[in-house]
Ligand binder design. Structure first.
Ligand code: NDP
Ligand code: DXP
Ligand code: MN
Length: 382
């Protein structure tokens, strides 16, 4: 029986992780659940999975839930301390990092220090703190298992192969709902338009990121950390049907890909049961029905957030943190209808122009760079 802690249990990845737990009740047991503020869903999850500890990040909501469920005698904590308590819950062997945003950095670091394996969906954590997380995981001998579909695909394509023989990673991208559009055509994009991903049902923030292709930019940096490759070795290829989840090209020209239906239960399950594979209920690929799979180059001028991601990745240091924090702030403003769609990459570019360079930022420095980035943005966009 593998014991798991889920950070972000009420979200898209969190609820799909719980579907996997439901399908494998004899093999998986949930020992901790954490969410932001959705206590209605969290209450149902607590009643069904009976964890040892719970966190609701929002203090007021935590108190409300605690009063309601006091008869259960399950500790219901709040804030960062609560999140860390869930990440380090004594019995948990693996922590599913499924919170959205760089709020995931501290609990991930603490989970690694507590020798928990990590099933990581929360890419913003690696983008901003990859230089701290990767050596820490090695030092503590914990496995960092990718959940992000492309990185799971790469991980699967690398399985059993010598990493030194990799020539490049072909990171596939759907291109989002606005693939093929010009900047002019993107001017009046509304929240509802950007929330229509062609292939995947996901949380709001990542769906907006996919539409701007900034998701792919974050994934380029995530791949650099997970697979220890240079940015020159990561090529983004548009594959509009999201059937090929990514590929690895080896020195001899052999290309190994992982394909599948767009269903996150597969990468979640692969991370939880690695190295074994278990059945996933649902549709299978039928190649005779698919007929053809298309490919093209990304348009990095219209979707220049992707170009900026390569640039900040190569610069390294504090730049990926500024990029990520600016994107988190801009997406929140767009979802709140405070800015236009094209202001998302503009805010990132502006933030990068204001940023001060710092090599190898510590955790405290990362968090203060994050705040500084928000302050710079709010001075101009409030
Ligand atoms: N969805 C997907 O298919 C994929 C997602 N990812 C990545 O996985 C991560 C999660 O994405 P997704 O599931 O779509 O996002 P959602 O927005 O659907 O879910 C986010 C989860 O995080 C919780 N949360 C937010 N803030 C806090 C906080 N301060 N403390 C504790 N919990 C918090 C939310 O709680 P509440 O509900 O209470 O707000 C919710 O449970 C992201 O980093 C994303 O990029 C990667 C690949 C695919
Ligand atoms: C499911 C997943 O991993 C997402 O990151 C998804 O791949 C987004 O797709 P695009 O960013 O390629 O549109
Ligand atoms: Mn992805």
């Amino acid at each position: 029986m593998k014991k798991i802690s889920i950070l972000g249990s009420t979200g898209s990845i969190g609820t799909q992780t719980l579907e996997v737990v439901r399908a494998y009740q004899k093999d998986l047991k949930v020992t901790a659940l954490a969410a932001g503020s959705n206590i209605k869903l969290l209450e149902q999850q607590i009643l069904e999975f009976k964890p040892n500890v719970v966190c609701v990040y929002d203090e007021e909501k935590a108190k409300e839930l605690k009063d309601k469920l006091s008869y259960l005698k399950i500790p219901i904590l709040s804030g960062m301390d609560g999140l860390i308590a869930c990440a380090t819950e004594r019995e948990a062997e693996i922590v599913v990092g499924a919170v959205v945003g760089m709020i995931g950095i501290r609990p991930t670091i603490e989970a690694i220090k507590a020798k928990k394996d990590i099933a990581l969906a929360n890419k913003e954590t690696l983008v901003t703190a990859g230089h701290l997380i990767m050596p820490l995981a090695e030092e503590n001998k914990v496995a960092l298992l990718p959940v992000d579909s492309e990185h799971s695909a790469i991980f699967q394509a690398l399985h059993g192969e010598n990493k030194k023989e990799v020539s490049k990673i072909l990171l596939t991208a759907s291109g989002g709902p606005f693939r093929g559009k010009t900047k002019e055509e993107l001017k009046n994009i509304q929240v509802e338009d950007a929330l229509k991903h062609p292939n995947w049902a996901m949380g709001r923030k990542i769906t907006i990121d996919s539409s701007t292709m900034i998701n792919k930019g974050l994934e380029v940096i995530e791949a650099k950390w997970l697979f220890d490759v240079d940015f020159e070795q990561i090529e983004v290829v548009i594959q509009p049907q999201s059937i090929i989840h990514s590929m690895v090209e080896y020195k001899d020209g052999a290309v190994i890909a992982q394909l599948g239906t767009p269903d996150m239960r597969l990468p979640i399950q692969y991370a939880l049961f690695y190295p074994s594979r278990r059945p996933v209920e649902g549709e299978r690929l039928d190649f005779t029905k698919i007929g053809k799979i298309d490919f093209c180059k990304p348009d990095m001028e219209t979707f220049y957030g992707l170009r900026l991601a390569y640039e900040v990745g190569k610069k390294g240091g504090s730049m990926p943190t500024v990029f990520n924090a600016a994107n988190e702030a801009a997406v929140a403003k767009f979802l709140n209808r405070e800015i236009s769609y094209l202001e998302i990459p503009e805010i990132i570019e502006y933030s990068l122009s204001k940023a001060t360079w710092k090599e190898n930022p510590t955790l405290e420095e990362i968090l203060s760079i994050e705040q500084e980035t928000y302050e710079n943005i709010n001075r101009k966009w409030n």
